[in-house]
Design a protein around this ligand. Structure first.
Ligand code: 5HY
Length: 246
């Protein structure tokens, strides 16, 4: 079954969008078309609550456009899962965030997991998601390797070495049975890290891509009888006028 998945990198760094696209395509089934985009506006990287807030309008615009183009499913490719519920209000197709996807997949192959992300200021957001999604009993720890998101785009930045060192500490200290890569910019690293550390190392981009394929294959679409019903038509004023629900 040929399906089309809209993968949105909510930050506006196109090299990361390409890396995310490659990871999604590597995971996708032969008949699946991956189209990866960034919003036309917003933060170049998402590091904490404020960046996350300002990535959402542009993200939702990409979801709305892809729905009009008839895409079969959507992936939100940022480990903060920004705008996930608002996107589900706009979409009939399934919408899967990479953090939620990674956590679900992890608990099917491991009894516990540690998340390793970029900066310490992103840790509270991810700890919130762990509780929100119901994985507090599985998550041993959320760790930060302490490098900025865009260091993953810079060869020689030392980001990979810091990530490996933090994973080594997680394996030694946390009694975790899997590692979740807590940033979409790490998507190209999971195979090498799994080989090095000898436990499942889960990339949320691949996990979300396969879960969207599974949901479409099950004939499941976003429920419209409750919180994910379309937003009520109303006026939005000022710069947000064009985002008004029609
Ligand atoms: C992400 N930030 O996946 C998150 C991860 C983080 O721009 N893409 C980003 O480090 O908060």
């Amino acid at each position: 079954m040929a399906i089309r998945i809209n993968v949105v990198n909510p930050n506006t760094t196109l090299s990361m969008t390409e890396k995310i696209a490659a990871a999604a395509r590597a995971a996708a089934a032969p008949g699946t078309e991956i189209r990866a985009v960034s919003p036309a506006m917003g933060p170049v990287s998402i590091e904490g609550w404020y960046d996350e807030a300002f990535c959402v309008p542009g993200l939702l615009e990409e979801i709305r456009k892809a729905e009009a183009e008839g895409f079969d499913g959507h992936v939100i490719a940022c480990f903060d899962d920004p705008g996930l519920e608002a996107a589900r209000q706009l979409a009939r197709a399934p919408v899967v965030g990479i953090a939620e996807a990674a956590m679900h997949v992890a608990t099917l192959v491991a009894g516990s997991f540690t998340i390793v992300t970029t900066l310490g200021r992103s840790v509270p957001t991810l700890e919130h998601l762990v509780r929100k999604y119901g994985f507090a009993h599985h998550c041993r720890k959320v760790r930060a390797a302490e490098f900025p998101v865009l260091a993953l785009e810079e060869p020689g930045s030392g980001a990979r070495e810091r990530l490996r060192a933090e994973i080594a500490r997680a394996v030694a200290e946390d009694r975790c049975e899997a590692i979740l890569l807590g940033c979409a910019g790490m998507a190209d690293l999971h195979a090498a890290l799994e080989a090095e550390f000898g436990l499942p190392v889960i990339d949320g981009v691949a996990a979300a891509t396969k879960l969207v394929e599974a949901l479409v294959g099950l004939g499941l679409r976003t429920s419209k009888i409750g919180g994910f019903a379309p937003p009520f038509p109303k006026a939005y004023t000022g710069a947000f006028a064009r985002f008004a629900p029609r």
